[in-house]
Design a protein around this ligand. Structure first.
Ligand code: FRU
Length: 913
């Protein structure tokens, strides 16, 4: 940890130093940079700057052009912290210097001046004094007449004017000195030479020259040397620059007589710049001293300057070494950084590696345990699935065997049945029952056969044995085998092929089942006089077969489930008819074909089969080259439709002939079951029948039966909806309802009872049990009736909550009580008050109270008369009037008929009934 912290702090230090930004940008605008004096100035600056690392130094040389210098300064201003400028000319450069100053950039004006005082510091020598010093030196060394030419610097540059002014003032003390001419040398040797040569005739008498700098002095010397070789001319220059080609060397070489030191100012400029930037005290005006260098002191001065130069060189060398050392230090530091970083990373990685090693071991141990557990569980699963597979296999085998076993007893049942049906006597006695048993035995046989076929294909994976056949001829035979049955039901069968012969590879013992199933279904589910059409056509390498009917059709929900094996729909017989369509789909699939259904409720259904043409899609194992005999089509169509055979119960007794006390309404869509129940219940009750929900409701309201027996799943309204509607309607609420259904789970029973059914009986049922249930409900109804007709308050005795019926009885008896004295009060008045028909009122009152409405009215009138006779001292004729009798005689007769004595006698006896 300590190592990491040390590493982090180490990094911080190094990062900080390496990221440090250059602190200042100093710009230096030089008026001209070619001459030695100015090169020396620049070297001095650089030397001084090398002691201040981290400074950006921006240098621009205007090559003696004021406009260039203005542009250069303007361009650099934005990035500068400080500007050093030596203006080419005072006037033109004043503006840009003032601008820099106003923008807050410190400005050091060096050597030459501007016209303004808006700058931060000035560094230069006293050029006036230099002029004066030159005059004094000349006056001192020569006592004779001096005819002099003054070679001036660039007009407009401050040293030129100041030196001229100083010189002019200086010679005033020396009358022997006369300025014979003034030339503008512009600080440049060549310019001075040119100007001098132009003055050629006047030069003859000239014996001295004061040039404003050494360069121009050297040019003058050259001109005179050439024009007047050997003539003694005293030439004085300015600058006294040390080094090769400098003024000091000129004096030493006696090319010129003397030179006035004009300090190069570079070091001072940089020192002042840092004072300003570091907010240290500084002098605004810094004037450096000058002195005269001539033969008397030039040797000494040279030595000194050489010494200084060598020291300077030493410093530069030292600096080079220092820089080298710094580089070495830096690279060593980098190496050290890398080593420390690597070390720290190695320690961290080592730690991590160790940590992960430990963790890895833990995980591995954990994984090993998990692995063992998974392997163990996997083994258990394999074991279990093997057991399940074995159990499933055993169950399926059992199922298949049992299914096979069913065929023998079924055949043994069907054959004797066929014999019995041929026996006229037997048919006379139990013909209907025999026919029903026969039909259902066939249905069972068909289901068993389908199950066995399905098992063969689905479970045993039997491969098809396809041979090439004309599918049109094949379908024609199948259609023809149905014609007899179709004729009976007045159904029209059509085969509509697009051509005579379409050769298709198919298994004749499998594909026939597809068509038998689809056509027999179509026949079963269309009304009489319906149409079934079989279209065949060839298209895009496939044969298309449409089996189309105009029967009841299906909803889209039912159609979606139509091919699901064993799916039982709530209210559609086609979908719930077993596995026929699942088997069909499987067979078509085995032929590499497809089957789809399009249907519309109440409009019809079309099954479309597509089979590939040719035999490229078939494996060799799926083909047979033996010509298979086609199956017996008639036998198959017989067995397909035998379970659909309709027969009527000729002996159904007509209840109208011998009316029974009670009536029942049976609602069932299976015609056979409806016939059977009708026949059985007709022995005990008047029976009404309905085979759909809507008809059932109409009959219930019309007939008001004493009991309703209904199936749950019905076309149209379901049994539950019918029950709910009847039980919540005043006219029918009293009728007990028994629900009869194949749905036998507890949830389904509860849902049936929730719809207010009285009893729920599951199929298959024993008729005796159903009859007992019917009798029981009718008896209960009788008991309830007694409650209603008793004078006791109803809720006390009635354990059954039938609020609608109680309300009816209350309303009915209330209306009667209110109108008991009204002799014109009639049944129609009651019907109007309650809002039901005469027959419904009659049935309801009879069912709930056991009276006809008129009998009830009479009973209530007489009971009230008994009360009045017992409790009121009124004449009998008055009482007769009060209880609604218009004639006292009729009252007396009615009273006597009920109570055995006339009312007068009854009153006298004060008899209590
Ligand atoms: C160099 C120079 C010097 C002179 C100075 C005046 O360019 O001409 O010789 O002393 O400039 O500004």
């Amino acid at each position: 940890m300590t190592a990491i912290l040390a590493f982090i702090s180490f990094c911080n230090i190094n990062c900080t130093s390496s990221l440090r930004k250059n602190s200042y940008t100093i710009g230096f605008s030089q008026c001209t940079g070619l001459d030695l004096w100015r090169r020396t100035m620049l070297d001095e600056m650089k030397t001084e700057l090398s002691l201040h690392p981290g400074v950006d130094f921006v240098y621009a040389d205007a090559h003696g052009n004021s406009e260039t210098q203005i542009a250069q300064v303007s361009a650099m201003l934005d990035k500068l912290d400080l500007l050093i400028i030596s203006p080419n000319e005072a006037e033109p450069l004043t503006g840009v210097v003032e601008e820099a100053y106003r923008r807050g950039i410190p400005v050091i004006v060096i050597d030459r001046k501007t016209k303004s005082s808006l700058y931060t510091a000035y560094i230069g020598a006293d050029n006036y004094e230099i002029g004066k010093l030159a005059a004094k030196y000349l006056g001192t060394i020569s006592k004779g007449q001096i005819n002099l030419i003054e070679v001036l610097g660039l007009p407009g540059s401050s040293p030129a004017s100041e030196r001229d002014r100083g010189f002019t003032d200086g010679i005033k003390k020396f009358p022997n000195i006369q300025i014979k001419a003034r030339l503008q040398g512009n600080w440049v040797k060549q310019d001075a030479e040119k100007k001098l040569i132009k003055l050629r005739p006047e030069l003859k008498n000239i014996n001295a020259v004061f040039a404003h700098n050494d360069d121009m002095a050297l040019g003058s010397e050259a001109v005179f040397k050439e024009l007047y070789p050997g003539k003694k001319i005293t030439i004085i220059g300015v600058d006294a620059c040390p080094g090769e080609g400098g003024g000091m060397q000129m004096v030493y070489d006696r090319s010129i007589a003397a030179s006035l030191v004009y300090p190069t100012l570079g070091k001072e400029a940089i020192l002042t710049a840092f004072q300003i930037l570091n907010n240290e005290p500084f002098s605004k005006v810094n004037i450096l001293q000058s002195l005269v260098i001539d033969t008397s002191n030039v040797r000494l001065m040279k030595m000194q300057t050489n010494k200084i130069n060598s020291q300077q060189n030493d410093i530069i060398k030292q600096q080079g070494l220092l820089a080298e050392q710094q580089l070495i230090y830096k690279s060593q530091q980098t190496v050290l950084n890398i080593i420390v970083t690597t070390l720290v990373l190695a320690i961290i990685s080592g730690g991590l590696a160790f940590y992960f090693l430990v963790e890895n071991r833990k995980i591995n141990r954990h994984l090993a345990l998990k692995n063992e557990e998974i392997i163990r569980k996997g083994e258990q699963l394999v074991e279990m699935s093997a057991k399940v597979e074995a159990a499933t296999e055993a169950r399926l085998n059992f199922f298949t065997n049992v299914t096979h076993e069913f065929r023998t007893p079924l055949t043994l049942m069907i054959s004797p049945l066929q014999d019995m049906l041929k026996n006229e006597k037997a048919v006379e006695v139990i013909g209907n029952s025999l026919k029903m048993v026969n039909k259902n035995a066939y249905r069972l046989l068909r289901l068993v056969n389908q199950l066995i076929d399905y098992r063969k294909l689905e479970i045993d994976k039997t491969t098809i044995q396809a041979s090439e056949n004309n599918i049109i001829a094949f379908c024609r035979e199948i259609i023809d085998s149905f014609r007899l049955h179709a004729k009976k039901s007045k159904i029209q069968l059509y085969l509509v092929p697009s051509e005579k012969d379409i050769q298709v590879w198919f298994d004749v013992h499998l594909l026939d089942k597809v068509f038998f199933n689809l056509i027999s279904n179509a026949i079963k589910f269309i009304p009489d006089a319906g149409i079934v059409k079989l279209y065949l056509r060839r298209d895009h390498g496939q044969v298309y077969i449409d089996v189309q009917d105009n029967g009841v059709g299906m909803t889209q929900e039912e159609a979606a489930l139509v091919f699901d094996q064993f799916y039982q729909a709530d209210n559609h017989p086609r979908v719930g008819s077993g596995i026929g369509l699942a088997l069909t789909k499987e067979i078509v699939g085995r032929h590499h074909g497809n089957i789809t259904v399009t249907t519309k409720k109440w409009e019809g259904t079309t099954f479309t089969i597509t089979l590939p043409l040719g035999d490229a899609h078939l494996k060799e194992s799926e083909k047979t080259y033996f010509k298979n005999e086609w199956p017996d089509m008639d036998e198959q169509s017989n067995s397909c439709l035998m379970d659909n055979e309709m027969f009527s119960f000729t002996e159904t007794p007509a209840f109208t002939q011998t009316p029974n006390e009670f009536s029942i309404l049976i609602i069932e869509d299976n015609q056979d079951l409806l016939n059977y129940l009708n026949q059985k219940f007709s022995e005990h009750f008047d029976v009404y029948t309905a085979n759909n929900g809507n008809d059932a409701l109409i009959q219930a309201y019309e007939k008001v039966p004493d009991l309703i027996l209904t199936d749950v799943v019905l076309p149209g309204l379901s049994g539950k909806t019918i029950t709910e509607q009847l039980k919540t309607d005043l006219r029918t609420s009293h009728i007990p309802v028994i629900m009869l259904t194949a749905q036998s789970s507890n949830d389904q029973k509860i849902s049936g009872l929730e719809s207010l059914a009285d009893i729920y009986v599951s199929k298959p049922f024993q008729f005796d049990y159903l009859l007992a249930a019917v009798n029981n409900l009718i008896r209960n109804r009788k008991i309830l009736k007694e409650h209603f007709t008793s004078d006791l308050p109803i809720p006390v005795k009635s354990g059954i909550s039938r609020s609608i019926d109680k309300k009816f009885v209350n309303d009915f008896s209330g209306i009667v009580e209110k109108n008991i004295s009204n002799e014109n009060f009639s049944v129609d008045d009651i019907c109007r008050s309650i809002g039901i028909s005469r027959i419904q009122l009659y049935r309801k009152v009879k069912a709930l109270l056991g009276y006809t409405v008129n009998d009830y009215l009479l009973d209530r009138r007489l009971k009230k008369a008994v009360y009045l006779l017992n409790n009121e001292n009124l004449p009998v004729s008055e009482i007769a009037y009060m209880v609604g009798f218009s004639s006292a005689n009729y009252f007396s007769t009615s009273f006597k008929a009920k109570y055995g004595c006339p009312p007068t006698e009854f009153k006298n006896l004060n008899k209590v009934v």
